[in-house]
Design a protein around this ligand. Structure first.
Ligand code: B12
Ligand code: SF4
Length: 488
């Protein structure tokens, strides 16, 4: 069977520098298919033409244009086109890629990733999408290929975690029940199908702070037992924490070092430090490798202590983003439901910086059930944490989360609500505690104050990111600064 996986072009965000991060999920799916002797190609539309901006249905994107993508599909002529829809913001363009694939006579169009996993019916309402894969798909894709290889009218009823239309056109939903227990069984991602040198050259890693351009992402675990109201992780990874063995992680890094000469990597896990013994073993194994590394996906502060931080620092970790979310304990406990005690956070932040690891924080403001005073607490708390930089996002109801359920139930979506506009840079939820105008003006004045004070105290990280963005696209940088200072 001939597979073509496509990472769609990315949405241009007004508050973010353009990024091309190697789509490791597609590289994992490809590696299991290659091991099963299929022919596979990956097109990451983002890296293939990162400076090409274009508009599709009045929204701006960057990456390979749709006409060129169509030529590529026609030339390769695959049996299956598989599109990865990582963000709500790329929903429309992901479906469009399925449409153009059907125009190229592709037999099956399949789609996976966080958004289709949460809203399969929405994707299947378009006739160009044949099957939605829910969450982790290394096993289900092999079951799918077996089914289509055997028969002209294949039977999908035994495949775990897919939603599709049957021969009568009815939508059949097979829930995701089985997750891969031993992650060491999955072969390492097929990075060789991607233009690895192009990612090095552009170097825009997750988190935006790096020591060497020769950096790449890895994932070492899946699943998180917490149930934060805004997070969709459990939909595609499940609630059980599953992890690769330290030996398996180190082996992959050794290969990356020898084959690709990487000097740095980013751990993209939701919860890397959840198992202390494993974390320290990985850190010990890293010591001989001499690599720099970072954790840009928001480390769970409740799963950190000084032993772990010391081991991380000694093994080359230079940058961490702490997922603090709110500076108000009531909001954390009763609104977000994150198991995080704020009394511990400042100490942990101090340990991290004392161990010479640069530190950022993720914060979310604008939950319908929080007050303006509580939002102010978040900005003030961020200042107390002595971070080198921080990110403040508006609460955004991602499909499949409790926040989404609340928004639907209480009709909290802002007017002209459009899921494809979920870009975290504008409020999407209403509240009885404030108006959108109140929220935006508080956000702007508090974040302006925060960034100015942090810039005076810790200029290095902000300057590094600004210089890096300037070298890549100066106009873009000025637009981001203007937006952050003026808010429009
Ligand atoms: C790396 C990452 C990024 C990278 C980009 C990744 C990429 N190359 O596309 C960067 C840093 C750019 C990024 C940006 C953002 N991100 Co992000 N990101 C992640 C992160 C941490 C890891 C993704 C990953 O590599 N996972 C590991 C691989 C193995 O999994 P995977 O790619 O999901 O693939 C598996 C399955 O999903 C499935 N699958 C995926 N695609 C396909 C396709 C087919 C055909 C099939 C069959 C199966 C399938 O099979 C794979 C193997 O099991 C996830 C969280 C997470 N833990 O997954 C968030 C996550 C995807 N990001 C998220 C968000 C919200 C964002 C931002 C909007 C944040 C912001 N405030 O700006 C931006 C969007 C930028 C934009 N321009 O629109 C959300 C998306 C939720 C949603 N429904 O929209 C997530 C889920 C985090 C969360 N828990 O909320 N992100
Ligand atoms: S701790 Fe992180 S990954 Fe886990 S549910 Fe909360 S936000 Fe999601």
């Amino acid at each position: 069977m001939k597979f073509l996986f496509i990472n769609p072009p990315n949405r241009k965000l007004r508050n973010e520098v353009d990024k091309a991060v190697l789509p490791i999920g597609l590289a994992y799916l490809s590696s299991v298919l290659l091991q099963d002797n299929h022919e596979v190609k990956i097109i990451d539309s983002v890296i293939e033409d990162i400076t090409n901006y274009f508009s599709f249905r009045n929204k701006e994107y960057y990456g390979l244009g749709l006409e060129k993508l169509k030529d590529e599909i026609r030339k390769y002529n695959p049996d299956v086109v598989g599109v990865s829809c990582m963000f709500t913001s790329v929903t429309e363009i992901s479906i469009e890629i399925c449409r153009i694939s059907k125009e190229c006579k592709t037999k099956y169009t399949i789609i996976g990733g966080p958004t289709p996993s949460a809203l399969p019916g929405f994707f299947l309402s378009e006739s160009y999408v044949d099957i939605v894969f829910i969450g982790e798909s290394e096993k289900s894709i092999l079951d799918f290929v077996q089914a289509i290889e055997k028969k002209e009218n294949p039977d999908f009823t035994d495949i775990d975690g897919i939603v599709y239309k049957n021969s009568q056109g009815d939508i059949v939903s097979q829930p995701k029940n089985n997750f891969i227990a031993n992650l060491d069984e999955i072969p390492f991602p097929a990075r060789h199908l991607l233009p690895v040198e192009k990612y090095f050259k552009f170097s825009s890693p997750h988190g935006g702070v790096y020591k060497s351009k020769r950096n790449t992402p890895i994932t070492t675990s899946r699943g998180c037992p917490a149930k934060c109201c805004f997070c969709s992780s459990a939909n595609f990874w499940g609630n059980k924490y599953r992890y690769r063995s330290p030996e398996n992680v180190i082996k992959e890094l050794e290969i990356l070092k020898s084959e690709y000469k990487i000097k740095e990597f980013q751990i993209q896990d939701d919860n890397f430090t959840f198992n202390k013994k494993r974390t320290i073993e990985i850190c010990n194994g890293l010591k001989g490798l001499g690599l720099h590394w970072s954790m840009p996906n928001g480390v769970a502060v409740w799963a950190l202590d000084e032993d772990i931080i010391k081991a991380m620092s000694e093994s080359g970790c230079h940058y961490v983003i702490a997922a603090i979310e709110s500076g108000n304990q009531r909001v954390l406990k009763y609104v977000i439901k994150k198991p995080l005690n704020l009394d511990k956070v400042v100490d942990i932040c101090n340990y991290i910086t004392r161990h010479k690891i640069r530190l950022s924080g993720f914060f979310i403001v604008g939950f319908p059930d929080e007050t303006l005073e509580e939002i102010k607490d978040t900005f003030n708390f961020a200042l107390k944490c002595n971070l080198h930089i921080a990110g403040f996002n508006y609460a955004t109801p991602l499909p499949g989360t409790r926040l989404w359920e609340q928004a639907e139930k209480e009709n909290l979506f802002v007017s002209k609500f459009d899921m494809a506009n979920f870009t975290y840079d504008r409020p999407s939820l209403k509240s009885k505690n404030w108006t959108i105008q109140d929220l935006e003006s508080l956000y702007l004045s508090e974040s302006r104050k925060y960034y100015l004070r942090t810039f005076i105290k810790h200029p290095k990280v902000i300057l590094f990111r600004a210089m890096d963005a300037f070298k890549k696209n100066p106009v873009n940088l000025f637009k981001i600064i203007y937006y952050r200072m003026i808010g429009r």
